[in-house]
Design a protein around this ligand. Structure first.
Ligand code: TRP
Length: 439
């Protein structure tokens, strides 16, 4: 079985070395494993929650896309897209918003932290809190559930959001009586490096202690390394490798034998200046070739745009049929489909075989026949006119429909012409159509 792995990257900053070692590199490697169907996206709707500087959002999307491609993400293999190119995300977000308890959102860490800060400042608890921030976890749940991801690799700070996504998914499945959503599992990489920044605290933009990955080129990388804090031991004095941030950074990039050699040198008196030189050389070895690709990509944004558009269309092929199913489940159905599709409240309708109409990615109108358990029985041809699709749907509920069994499924004919096809057995299709006729 293939495992669908999905993760999003908020586009508010420029990736630094800590992002690379802690998130980007392991994600790209994981995407290369057999049996993994990886989805990576730029969470640019999320960016709007944190950042109202359009130039920064725009620049960050470009830089982050270029970074992921430069470090070796294969967009042929991975579905790589921008959240904002998938309008189904916002539609699903609304459906989920309508089943999410406000109380659940009250407990979200990010929101609670904002309230705590406000209380400490003595201002209104919700001062400066937007609905975007408050419902952040719902949007994130939509990202994940839209593609029925099994595993979601994230940082520890996101674990609660995954719990919320499961919670919301379960609630929707339960309310509308279907297995619409897979319950996603969080994946926190335990052994992945959390890199120390220049001052030894966790490398983070908010501490202003980052080492750039590509920005500023080799010079900026060396410059940052020269500013890494060390203790005051002189050349010749033994150093405590484990306690040294330089060593931790080196270890995140080097092979075990290189690491052992570096440790020995530090312990036998290597000076900090030389140690920084060695660290810089080692980082350059990995980073220089990627930087070259990055610069190439940054000089050619149209190419990145094409790659992202192709990714979006791949993603929407999955998102749009799911949304069609969800629209039907919640009762947002076409009125022209006749009594079957329009009948019954959620729970009842979900137990019967049913037609579900949808708009395909090319803009045409189609429908599916689903069995009571949600199995797809038929897929109609495309119709430019939604009324034609609706009329055909009604027509299929009359008794004179012809079914033809094929080696690989079943075809439905009207007046000798095939109008819909399905992967399964004719019996099941016949039964489902019969059950619709009896209603
Ligand atoms: N909230 C995530 C972060 O800040 C980014 C994100 C948005 C995400 N949507 C997601 C991560 C969906 C995983 C899955 O890191």
């Amino acid at each position: 079985m293939t495992i669908r792995v999905l993760t999003g990257i908020t586009t508010t900053g420029t990736p630094h070395l800590g992002n690379y070692a802690g998130a980007i590199r392991p994600a790209v490697r994981a995407s290369e494993q057999p049996g993994v169907d990886a989805f990576f996206f730029l969470a640019d709707y999320h960016a709007l929650i944190k950042c109202d500087d359009p130039a920064r959002v725009a620049r960050s999307r470009l830089e982050i896309a270029a970074t992921w491609l430069a470090v070796g993400l294969d967009p042929e293999r991975v579905t790589f897209y921008r959240q904002s190119d998938i309008p189904e995300t916002t539609e699903l977000c609304w459906f989920l918003t309508c089943v999410t308890a406000k109380g659940l959102m009250n407990r979200a860490h990010a929101y609670k932290a904002a309230v705590d800060q406000n209380e400490a400042k003595g201002v209104e608890p919700d001062d400066g809190v937007t609905m975007g921030l408050f419902s952040y976890p719902v949007l994130m749940a939509a990202d994940i559930l839209l593609f029925n991801a099994h595993k979601v690799p994230v940082g520890r700070d996101q674990v609660q959001h995954l719990e919320m996504a499961r919670d919301i998914a379960q609630r929707f499945n339960h309310l509308y009586q279907g297995d619409f959503f897979v319950l996603p599992e969080v994946q926190v990489e335990e052994e992945v490096a959390t890199l120390p920044g220049l001052d030894g605290r966790k490398m983070s933009k908010s501490y202003n202690n980052t080492i750039p990955l590509f920005e500023g080129g080799a010079k900026a990388l060396r410059g940052a390394i020269s500013r890494i804090v060390t203790d005051s031991r002189q050349p010749g004095e033994p150093k405590d490798a484990e306690a040294s941030h330089l060593f931790t950074l080196y270890r995140a990039f080097a092979q075990p034998d290189e690491v052992a050699a570096f440790r020995r040198e530090l312990e036998t008196g290597l000076g900090w200046g030389d140690a920084k030189q060695i660290l810089g050389d080692r980082l350059e070895r990995d980073i220089a070739p990627m930087r070259e690709k990055y610069n190439e990509l940054m000089a050619n944004p149209a190419r990145i745009e094409d790659i992202l558009q192709a990714g979006a269309s791949k993603a929407r092929k999955l998102a749009s049929p799911l949304m069609a199913r969800l629209r039907d489940a919640v009762g947002l159905r076409t009125l022209s489909a006749g009594p079957a599709a329009g009948k019954g409240a959620g729970k009842k309708a979900a137990k019967d075989a049913r037609f579900v109409s949808f708009r395909d990615t090319d803009g045409s109108f189609r429908f599916r026949l689903l069995a009571a358990d949600g199995e797809e029985l038929l897929l109609s041809d495309s119709h430019a006119d939604p009324k034609a699709a609706g009329a055909l749907m009604r027509r299929l509920q009359q008794a004179d429909v012809q079914l033809r069994e094929q080696a690989d499924g079943v075809e439905i004919l009207l007046e000798g012409a095939v109008v819909a096809r399905g992967p399964g057995q004719a019996d099941k299709v016949r039964q489902a159509l019969d059950s619709l006729r009896q209603e």
